[in-house]
Design a protein around this ligand. Structure first.
Ligand SMILES: NC(=O)c1ccc[n+]([C@@H]2O[C@H](COP(=O)([O-])OP(=O)(O)OC[C@H]3O[C@@H](n4cnc5c(N)ncnc54)[C@H](OP(=O)(O)O)[C@@H]3O)[C@@H](O)[C@H]2O)c1
Length: 320
């Protein structure tokens, strides 16, 4: 069996940082496929939904603001919106049970919703919001939807980030009870996304369910809503006239890696891998998040199993 580290070698997909989700899907017919894209009505998620629909898929879009989602998707056929708040375990249960009651099977689950660098926020039993929404909410959703996964070839994509460079899982204080830092909170949740995909792939392989983590690149979207404009400039995200900095992608380019990981036959034997620029990401050799790659703590199978156990304990779910 190849290790998580050995999996992180490029495959030579023929696509790259500039490829769009439509490029990746050229020649792919997703007719008859059902996909579920969390956050599929904003930013990268919206671009993902559009591309999957253009390739023939039916896309279910759960939304914490259903009316906004309906408006965003109004002109896109084969989409449907249902209420879901990933910060609310009861909402996840209700949404998932309704989906399962329809009897449909789920081919692709793209866990793309997320929050970034928000002010300290507690949800549910006092959980830190990034960890709760970006990780635990998707963990619970994937568990709840387990009976619906297609028996052959189902894939789950966890939209992670090179933001994971800044933090491993804070095992002794995952909920930041001893001092909050919004960037570390985001970073921990993105490491959690990568570890989630790693362990889900391990557990799901027996039922032909595979999982991947992806870094979409850097893209200006509503994700940055909590960051003051001066900080955008200071971080080098925009030029003084507000233009995205060199190296930033469009939402269509940002959606490409998730779509590639969800649909390409190429990474089929590399389940659990962390992907970037429409290929498997190489281990990170610098701390430059624009260059990206993957840090060792996001590939550690023991940490992935430990996080899985912690998440089962916190959510009370253990379906795999
Ligand atoms: N943009 C980047 O540069 C970048 C880089 C690396 C990774 N990523 C990752 O890419 C993913 C998508 O980001 P984006 O840039 O497309 O941001 P976005 O446009 O802000 O989209 C995020 C989506 O998540 C939804 N969401 C937030 N909290 C939720 C909750 N409690 N329940 C249900 N849905 C919730 C948002 O809903 P509302 O609109 O209703 O708030 C929105 O639809 C995120 O996981 C992010 O971490 C983005």
């Amino acid at each position: 069996m190849i290790t998580a580290q050995q999996k992180q070698q490029k495959l030579g997909s023929g696509f790259g940082a500039l490829s769009t989700a439509d490029d990746v899907l050229t020649g792919t017919d997703l007719t008859g496929t059902t996909a579920l894209v969390t956050g599929g009505y904003s930013g990268l998620g919206l671009a993902t939904t559009r591309a999957l629909v253009r390739a023939g898929a039916h896309v279910v879009v759960p939304a914490r603001r259903p009316e906004t989602a309906e408006n965003a998707l109004r002109d896109i056929p084969r989409t449907e919106v249902h209420a879901l708040d990933l910060a609310d375990p009861e909402s996840i249960r209700v949404f998932s049970e309704r989906f399962i009651e329809t009897g449909r099977s789920l081919d692709l689950l793209i866990n793309g919703a997320g929050v970034m660098a928000c002010p300290e926020t507690r949800v549910g039993p006092g959980w830190e919001a990034h960890f709760a929404v970006n990780h635990l909410g998707h963990f619970a959703l994937t568990h709840r939807l387990r009976p619906a996964f297609a028996p052959v070839g189902a894939r789950v994509v966890a939209v992670a980030s090179s933001g994971h460079f800044l933090s491993d899982i804070r095992w002794t204080d995952p909920h930041f009870r001893t001092g909050y830092d919004r960037w570390l909170a985001y970073a921990q949740s993105k490491t959690a996304n990568a570890l989630f995909a790693l362990h889900l792939d391990r557990l799901g392989a027996a039922q032909d369910l595979h999982a991947f983590a992806v870094h979409p690149g850097s893209i200006l979207t509503p994700l940055q809503r909590h960051i003051p404009r001066e900080e955008w400039l200071a971080q080098g995200w925009v030029t003084p006239d507000g233009t995205p900095a060199a190296g930033f992608k469009t939402p269509e380019q940002g959606a490409a890696t998730a779509v590639w990981a969800a649909t390409s036959p190429l990474p089929a034997e590399r389940g659990g891998a962390y992907c970037q620029d429409c290929d498997i990401a190489e281990p990170a050799t610098t701390d430059d998040m624009l260059i990206g790659g993957v840090k060792p703590w996001a590939l550690d199978p023991d940490a992935a199993a430990r996080l899985w156990d912690l998440s089962c304990e916190l959510t009370g779910l253990n379906a795999f």
